[in-house]
Design a protein around this ligand. Structure first.
Ligand code: 8CM
Length: 360
């Protein structure tokens, strides 16, 4: 059996394989509510055979949405429509996960296909908040309001409340979005955090929001279910966060109960010129972190070829492989990967309605 198709157990959750649908914003919600688009998008990928499906970055508060069309889990009314999604994913053998997020200074933006730029408050945008009053730059020119300690307490509690709603909605895997230049990463990176209080300056202070938020969520998220975090482990820029620092941060998160680290990178500034783009370029970093931390990891980025995914798992570089764009191209990527890797009875990856008609 290919390593990619071996089960993966984490706490009380068992994934049928190592293939994960990475959280991908659909910019298709109204006031945070997921709808039929999300049902089909996520449902198709459950039918397609993924082991774990992580619902897109879902905002913990309205002003934490990247765009007005982001999904959110900041109202109790959101629970039921999210439950409809998780139930279908479970029926088709996928574990339903969800990523909860706050976009910080990158919030209040247009959809990517409508410009990706900040929306003026007179046109439906809103005031953004962040650790420091420093704009992201590029298309995102709004200067955020510097968060007070009361604001920080409030957002930490919003993460807790959203985690409880995700649990009530049947999700079995929770990921905290600590990456991609959004709020938590803005605290972590000196490129966005210029605070002089207990939340800025030293490494210990810059990680305080992340550790406190993680710990507060861990206190309400059941021990039996995985709690993970996606971290931008490097900013790729002089003066930004480094893999070495991130190993130290992950060590502290592990002590606080982190079950798996979802290894990502960058996007704290619009300058992505130093990112070493290429197929599976994050795999070597994941491999190092997995080894040094002795912690399960997942990794994505430009993983397209089933053999590359298989090698990454087989050689112990990663526990899970996250696919994003490639899953948009092909919701049946797990089935096609099984055929390519010569998995016996690949058709059984498909639901019975399809498998009976498919010969291999
Ligand atoms: C959009 C495009 C590409 C990305 C993204 C998003 C939105 C949220 C996020 O990452 O975390 O990598």
């Amino acid at each position: 059996m290919a390593s990619l198709f071996q089960e993966f157990r984490l706490k009380d959750v068992v994934l049928r394989n190592r293939i994960v649908v990475s959280p991908m914003c659909q910019y298709s919600s109204d006031n945070g509510f997921p709808n039929d688009w999300h049902f089909v998008h996520l449902g198709s990928r459950a039918v397609g055979g993924a082991g774990l499906i992580i619902v897109e970055a879902t905002a913990v508060s309205p002003e934490g949405r990247i765009s007005p069309a982001d999904s959110g889990i900041y109202l109790d009314e959101h629970i039921q429509p999210f439950a409809r999604l998780s139930e279908f994913m479970k029926q088709h053998g996928a574990v339903p996960g969800i990523q909860i997020a706050h976009a910080g200074r990158k919030a209040s933006a247009n959809k990517p296909w409508e410009g990706d730029n900040h929306i003026d408050n007179l046109q439906g945008g809103w005031d953004t908040i962040a650790p420091s009053p420093v704009a992201f730059g590029g298309n995102l020119t709004k200067v955020p309001k510097e968060m007070s300690v009361a604001d920080i307490d409030h957002i930490r509690q919003s993460f807790v409340n959203s985690a409880q709603r995700a649990l009530a909605a049947g999700y079995e895997w929770l990921e905290l979005h600590f990456a991609h230049g959004y709020l938590a990463h803005e605290f972590y990176s000196p490129l966005a955090n210029q605070r002089t209080d207990q939340y800025g300056g030293s490494f210990e202070n810059r990680i305080r929001f992340l550790l406190e938020t993680f710990t507060a969520v861990r206190n309400v998220w059941p021990e039996r279910l995985p709690l993970t975090a996606r971290l931008s482990v490097t900013d790729w820029i002089e003066g930004g966060v480094t893999v070495e620092e991130s190993i130290e941060l992950a060590r502290l998160l592990k002590q606080a109960g982190l079950d798996l680290l979802d290894i990502s990178h960058g996007f704290i500034t619009p300058d992505i010129s130093q990112v070493p783009w290429g197929p599976g370029f994050m795999i070597p970093i994941a491999s190092r972190m997995r080894r040094e931390l002795d912690l399960p990891v997942g990794v994505g980025w430009m993983i397209v070829d089933p053999q590359q995914a298989e090698d990454a798992v087989q050689h112990g570089h990663t526990d899970l492989v996250l696919l994003a764009r490639e899953m948009l191209r092909d919701p049946y990527w797990p089935y096609h990967a099984a055929v390519k890797l010569g998995v016996y009875q690949a058709a059984e990856i498909l639901p019975v309605q399809y498998a009976r008609a498919v010969k291999r």
